[in-house]
Unconditional design. Structure first.
Length: 601
């Protein structure tokens, strides 16, 4: 080796081979091995080897810092990251340690690595082996999903080229929680152009959409894998994205710029080793949501991170938020206005479609995020949100809304949002009478216009907007279906979102502390009516073709104009109510109700 810092590492290796402290570690491991404790022997052997390599690389780093003026990395961080580093020969140090331990076992504890511990030819050890993601079972029969196998192969391809490569973020977090990961993001020391070149040369489709941020998408076996270069974000002048990113070769530095400790975990799928620099595994075990470092700094860098806290609180059962995180959210919440409506919508969707949406919504209310994002909903928790105690003994509109959202769990985002907004017109229409009773006449119609404004702010599509507004506008009408004329009921049942309206009416009825709440649900009545109409005469079934149309009326001598529309609507209602079943009966009905259509004798 010609570089001074690399020579420093080799000199450290020579001295370490004679260090009594490390020899004592090998001897302890040998005693455990002879006692039949192979797992404990491996732990002691690995710790000794890791300490040796950490010492040697630290010496290299010290010399490099003196020559290049760079920062000296903390040896503790070096030790945590070392297992994922590529060693000469195209394998990670962790894998090399396992291979060395195999020789240690075969010699009954007599084997010691050579003086150049990281030499590819040292002691004749070859770079082979494919440990699984997570602990490998004793029988070695771990079964990986096709997606995980493909992701592991991509990691191995990067490692063979001498780059650090690990799984990052969500897949590691989910695996630690015993959940099945949905996707496998990869973090690597390879630069974006290196990733692009490497995988294009292997025949994969490469999409460099996020290349300026260090992200390359690689499509393999029909799956898209995000491969991101390890980086350290620069300043966040807009409170959303870093002005620039600086690529690094340290897992620790990359983890330090992430949002939550549970999302700052890395795992090498070829060795099963997890890298945890900020206590993410402990927070997962204790079911605590905590930021990486100072929460106020994390949120001021990227204000959207505040909404990820209630999203994860809603998603994971039994998790609580660290007090310092809540306090930072209260301070920083006004800055959420810097985030686009689209990004806020995505996080809100994650909360509403989770298993515990009411928890995330309550956290938004508690921290002030609700006031900033949905002030219309925030008003339902104040004095103007109080409801008539006879009809709503649960108290405020906000309490009722949470109960409705809870009853709607599992529905689509648009339905959940409709449930969240269904009563936002109540504070505006509240009337308090001397006897203490409260009314909110017209709140559905007023709320529908307010919901339209919310939908515009959240950048909903036109179809999404129409559906949410419809749910808010019609939710009170759904309570009166038993008293409707048959024609009006059929008109309502023909709406494309009738099932969503039925779900909201049921949730609105049961989302209360009234003893008769369930009895006021019209779900069974409406579902039975839908089934009844399926077996009715074809002329009366849902969306049946109108028998009386413009052509019929014109053939009877009526000229085009407003009168045609009035007669068509009246005939449509009559058809729905069974007044006639065919064109002949329809003509007789028309002659009876509209004498001007009778032929002149």
């Amino acid at each position: 080796r010609s570089q001074p810092e690399q020579v420093g590492r080799e000199l450290a290796h020579l001295s370490l081979s004679r260090d009594a402290k490390f020899e004592a570690g090998f001897q302890l491991a040998a005693r455990q091995l002879k006692s039949g404790n192979a797992e404990q022997a491996w732990t002691l052997f690995r710790e000794t080897r890791l300490a040796q390599e950490t010492r040697a690389h630290h010496q290299e780093n010290v010399i490099a810092s003196q020559i290049k003026g760079t920062q000296v990395l903390d040896p503790a961080h070096l030790k945590l990251e070392m297992g994922a580093w590529p060693a000469p020969g195209g394998v990670s140090y962790e894998m090399r340690f396992r291979q060395e331990f195999a020789q240690f076992q075969s010699t009954n504890g007599q084997y010691r690595p050579g003086s150049r511990f990281d030499s590819p030819s040292s002691n004749g050890i070859e770079g082979r082996g494919e440990p699984s993601f997570g602990k490998e079972p004793p029988d070695g029969k771990t079964i990986l999903s096709a997606q995980q196998e493909t992701a592991t192969r991509l990691v191995r391809d990067l490692q063979k080229e001498g780059f650090i490569a690990v799984f990052a973020g969500g897949s590691v977090r989910d695996a630690e929680m015993g959940r099945t990961p949905k996707d496998f993001d990869i973090a690597t020391s390879a630069r974006p152009e290196d990733v692009e070149t490497l995988f294009a040369a292997r025949g994969y489709k490469v999409i460099p959409t996020g290349k300026q941020f260090g992200v390359i998408n690689v499509i393999a076996n029909g799956e898209t894998f995000e491969i991101a270069t390890l980086r350290n974000d620069g300043q966040y002048s807009d409170g959303r994205r870093p002005d620039a990113v600086q690529y690094v070769s340290s897992l620790y530095e990359d983890a330090a710029r992430r949002d939550l400790t549970m999302n700052a975990l890395f795992k090498d799928p070829t060795t099963g080793v997890t890298y945890d620099f900020f206590g993410g595994k402990q927070d997962l075990a204790q079911k605590t949501i905590r930021t990486v470092g100072d929460p106020l700094r994390r949120f001021s860098e990227d204000n959207l991170r505040m909404l990820r806290v209630p999203r994860f609180a809603s998603r994971f059962q039994g998790f609580t938020v660290a007090p310092e995180v809540i306090e930072a959210m209260k301070i920083q919440s006004p800055e959420i206005s810097k985030v686009s409506g689209e990004r806020i919508r995505q996080e809100l969707k994650g909360i509403l479609t989770s298993g515990q949406p009411e928890l995330g919504l309550e956290l938004m209310m508690k921290t002030g995020l609700m006031k900033q994002i949905l002030p219309e909903v925030s008003e339902t928790a104040g004095a103007k949100g109080m409801q008539d105690p006879t009809w709503h003994p649960e108290g405020s509109t906000w309490t009722h809304t949470k109960m409705v959202v809870n009853a709607l769990r599992g529905e689509r985002f648009e339905v959940m949002l409709g449930g969240l907004l269904h009563d936002i017109g109540k504070p505006v229409t509240q009337m308090i009478y001397p006897d203490g009773s409260i009314s909110n006449h017209g709140h559905a119609e007023v709320g529908a216009e307010m919901a339209r404004n919310v939908a515009n702010r959240l950048r909903l599509s036109n179809s999404q907007k129409a559906e949410v507004v419809s749910l808010v506008e019609l939710h009170m009408r759904m309570h009166n279906v038993r008293e409707m004329r048959p024609s009006k009921l059929v008109d309502l049942l023909e709406r494309p979102n009738i099932q969503d309206l039925i779900a909201l009416q049921h949730a609105d009825s049961t989302g209360t502390l009234r003893a008769d709440g369930a009895a006021k649900s019209n779900r069974s009545f409406l579902l039975e009516k839908l089934e009844e109409l399926k077996s009715a005469d074809p002329s009366r079934q849902l969306n049946a073709r109108p028998i009386v149309d413009g052509h019929m009326l014109q053939s009877m001598g009526l000229k085009q104009g407003q009168r045609i529309g009035q007669i068509k609507n009246a005939a449509r209602d009559a058809q729905r109510e069974g007044a006639f079943l065919n064109p002949e009966e329809a003509r007789l009905w028309l002659f009876e109700h509209f004498p001007e259509l009778k032929p002149q004798s």
